[in-house]
Design a binder for this molecule. Structure first.
Ligand code: SF4
Length: 225
């Protein structure tokens, strides 16, 4: 076991006799549980736009994020722990992204890579893009840049590993009593509709209809007069 790995899982409150260092590790359940997950984050394999090229580059030999245990990009959400949203998030793609997120088993994490995925980027408020994927799925780490460099993505992934290090098996949501609800998949019609906002849409539509009816009644009254 390398020194780095031993440091990661050892609980330093207990002394290990020098002759046993390297053979024995004393740790807590939380530490070893987190260490296992942080060291085997498998990203789901998909990309949306230019940021995806930087992500692919980060997986290739020069930067090689396999060094962090992110060995294989999985082509199936069933085998993935990590969604790297890399690229411009168009309204057309949001239903697919949310569906894939729902299909990933817990524990799962999301990284928003780049300005587009984090907040719309240069296309913010364009007719065909959303202003950040976090309007639809929860994001754990945001990486700024247009595009972020491979180094920035690696920094974001290390940040995610640090976040995992702080989790406790007692409090993680996937062991809670209540089942984790699926996120309703948005519907793409004339515009993107989020089912979580249907109530608000109904209210706005009813108010608008009442305003139109009132305006029509006024104009009909003025014509008769
Ligand atoms: S943030 Fe920049 S590089 Fe990344 S997808 Fe958007 S426009 Fe392309």
């Amino acid at each position: 076991m390398s020194d780095m790995r031993r440091d990661n899982i050892n609980n330093t409150r207990y002394d290990i006799p020098p002759e046993l260092e390297g053979q024995v590790a004393i740790t807590t359940l939380d530490k070893i549980y987190n260490w296992g997950r942080r060291s085997s984050l498998w990203p789901i394999m998909f990309g949306l736009a230019c940021c995806a090229i930087e992500m692919i580059c980060t997986a290739a030999s020069r930067y090689d994020f396999a060094r962090f245990g992110m060995e294989i990009m999985r082509p199936s959400p069933r085998q993935s722990d990590l969604m790297i949203v890399a690229g411009t998030v168009t309204k057309k793609m949001v239903p697919q992204i949310v569906r894939l997120y729902n299909q990933m088993p817990e524990p799962k994490y999301v990284v928003a890579m780049g300005a587009c995925a984090s907040g719309g980027g240069p296309f913010k408020e364009g007719y065909n893009v959303v202003s950040g994927i976090d309007n639809y799925i929860p994001v754990d780490v945001y990486i700024p840049g247009c595009p972020p460099t491979p180094q920035a993505l690696i920094h974001g992934l290390i940040t995610l590993q640090r976040l995992i290090d702080t989790q406790s098996i007692k409090r993680v949501r996937w062991y809670g009593k209540d089942p984790i609800p699926e996120i309703p998949v948005p519907v793409l019609g004339p515009d993107l509709m989020d089912p979580r906002q249907y109530e608000l849409m109904r209210e706005v539509a009813a108010r608008r209809k009442a305003e139109l009816e009132a305006a029509e009644a006024v104009s009909a009254g003025s014509v008769e007069a």
